[in-house]
Design a protein around this ligand. Structure first.
Ligand SMILES: Cc1ncc(COP(=O)(O)O)c(C=O)c1O
Length: 361
């Protein structure tokens, strides 16, 4: 089986597992404990924080470990909005992950924030010019993702960040292979997208933050709860390895897929996440195409792993008709895939769409 759903999650890397093992067994102390076991665990956590900060080109003291990307997004959005008294206005995009959209909705419903949405173009990119227009003196936060999980489009973050003076949060959960030394205020990342276990993530943030989880004051009071030391150590190892890797070239795969009748690439043709290819196939259904692909040894996804069964809010925001949006298929390769694998998937895709079309006629 070829697993091509790496945007949903990845397997744990052997190196990450080996790095975390001591912190689950011999060095299992609570990093807040003053004794030798605690001190050893605290040293592991410090090392992980430094490694992640280095990979991001940021200061270790500004990294907060969380239980994943969703929590990092919640902390960034609620934490920055509630700690910064510029006003109650936030700018974002309709293409964000639900972790962002639902946090914004919470601020709107319970704290009276006004949310303005940028209008994406047909490729899913938003513009600095519109951001400049929407920015106000009372804009407390701008939140724009770096790479889209469903359509793979990369946002022009540097340009966008220059267009506003408000704190700028970037959800980089899908974009940890891209440069992370962005000149912004906060960046969310998640371990299980790069070969660490599920349940560990991080927020780099240089802006004041109101905590979302209250308790014992760990993580400098920004995120209470005993830290997941082993997860943090695995995340640091996995992130460092991921950033050295090269994803397979998908230009031939995309070209071959577009020769299939009714095929259309979703997202930007060039400004795409490495290893990401997503399509709609008019006149088919994603579920049946996915079943045919699986029969041929290819595992991929209908768009996003979250909210499955629902029509993609991303594709609807880009103006796709509901019927067409229901035919979306996403392939997210990993660095372990060879050019031969890519060719195999291209053939399996052509045969699968053909089989579905034949079953409809
Ligand atoms: C863009 C984006 N943000 C946030 C998340 C949530 O991350 P996690 O699964 O670590 O909670 C995901 C997960 O797919 C994502 O793709």
């Amino acid at each position: 089986m070829l697993y091509l759903d790496n945007a949903a999650t990845t397997g744990v890397r052997r190196e990450a597992l080996e790095a975390m093992w001591p912190y689950l067994t011999g060095t299992f102390g609570n990093p807040s404990s003053p004794h030798a076991f605690g001190v050893a665990a605290a040293a592991g956590l410090k090392g992980a924080r430094e490694t992640i900060a280095r990979a991001m080109g940021k200061r270790a003291s500004q990294i907060t470990f969380t239980a994943g990307g969703t929590e990092a997004d919640n902390l960034a959005i609620k934490g920055i909005a509630l700690a910064n008294p510029r006003g109650r206005h936030i700018i974002s995009t309709p293409l964000e992950h639900d972790a962002v959209l639902e946090s914004l909705d919470y601020l709107r419903r319970f704290h009276g924030f006004e949310i303005s949405m940028l209008t994406p173009d047909t490729y899913g990119q938003v513009s600095a010019a519109e951001l400049k227009e929407l920015s106000r003196e009372d804009t407390t936060l701008v939140s724009v993702h770096y790479g889209n999980n469903e359509i793979g489009t990369i946002q022009p973050i540097a340009e966008l960040a220059r267009a506003t003076s408000a704190p700028f949060h970037v959800d980089a959960v899908q974009a940890t292979h891209l440069p992370l030394d962005l000149d912004v205020s906060a960046i969310s990342i998640s371990g299980h997208k790069v070969g660490a276990p599920k349940g560990i993530g991080a927020l780099w943030c240089k802006a004041p933050l109101e905590p979302v989880i209250h308790g014992g004051g760990q993580e400098k009071g920004r995120r209470s709860g005993t830290e997941n030391v082993a997860g943090a150590v695995a995340f640091a190892t996995a992130l460092s390895l991921a950033r050295e890797e090269q994803m397979p070239d998908l230009s031939g795969f995309i070209a071959a897929a577009l020769e299939i009748e009714g095929a259309q690439l979703t997202g930007h043709p060039n400004m795409r996440l490495p290893g990401h290819a997503s399509f709609v196939f008019a006149g088919t259904g994603a579920e049946t195409v996915l079943l045919e692909l699986e029969r041929r040894g290819v595992i991929c996804s209908p768009g996003s792993a979250c909210g499955s069964g629902e029509v993609s809010h991303v594709l609807l925001s880009l103006g796709f008709a509901e019927d067409l949006a229901r035919t979306s298929v996403r392939f997210t390769f990993s660095a372990s895939h060879s050019a031969t694998d890519v060719d195999f998937v291209a053939r399996a895709l052509r045969d699968s769409v053909e089989a579905v079309r034949n079953s409809f006629t």
